[in-house]
Design a protein around this ligand. Sequence first.
Ligand code: BGC
Length: 361
Amino acid sequence: MSSRRLAVAITTALLLAVGATACESGDSGGPASGGKIALLLPESQTTRYEQHDRPLFEARVKELCADCEIIYSNAQQDQSRQQQQAEAALNNGAQVLVLDPVDGAAAATIVSLAKSKNVPVISYDRLIQNAPVDYYISFDNERVGQLQGETLVNRLKELGKTSGDIVMINGSPTDNNAKLFNKGAHSALDTSGFKTVPTPDFFTPEWKPENAQKFMEGQIAQLGKDGFVGVYAANDGTAGGAISAMRAAGITPVPPTTGQDAELAAIQRIVGGDQYMTVYKAFKPEADRAAELAVALLKGEKPSTDRTVNNGATEVPSFLLEPQSVTRENVKETVVADKLYTIEQICTSAYAAACQAAGLT
Ligand code: BGC
């Protein structure tokens, strides 16, 4: 099923579920009025949170509940700051928490506090572990890693390569998603004839591009400029760091490098040939689902889901969306068709020739 059709199917299922619950409780199912929802996001160096997740979530809540108030905070990669932000939101009367945790294990403390006040918690994008979370909305994150691994291997084979080292740059060690991306990537890479280095796997502290860049510099020094055939980078930020390190070392062309998030800078690198692929996880269905769930919970409803994910403490009712691989060949059919970016935004003067060559202009 295409990601768009899947998203539509999930929306329909969720709306039906919300509607069904509303009928059961004798509620009219009409627009909610009033209430406070806290949205707690983890960082802002990755562009998705401030550019997509936050505005999309706020817009959908406003559509469903014009009088609802959203208490927004961004933890800037600091778990204790996120803890304080959650406490402040609860003290300020938040009735639902939508939490994308900096640290999925440590965030269990926030869930306990919310539960002590009977406030439901939606785990947004990243799973909170070992805590009685009410819902989890995300993508199939193992599939994200698998797409990255498969697309990289296919490209290397296209280039006539069948063996060699792939430098692996994983996400933050405190993010459960990073573990799932890693698992999915290994499922595609371990049987491919290529070998991931180093061992044990490297996880980038705080997902910081500069940490990935420093790590890549070390790998280049160790392996040599042509001592590896590709780079697995878990997201576009870490890909950007790795590519800067390779460029600074004078490696041209940069070997196939993966990413994730469809950041504008990454799409431009893809068009220009510095990055091979990214994974597009449509932000709107994810933010919309979270907003719909939050408003339903405010109304005292408990929408049903068709699957659960075990977080160590409980089977969390979950919605998992389908990610999509983006290379130069399908930029138009994916992020442009979805109106994430216009051709004008991608094809700035620095990318004019590359855009023409890629058939974008
Ligand atoms: C998200 C990615 C993001 C990364 C860094 C992950 O949990 O799923 O989209 O790039 O965190 O913030």
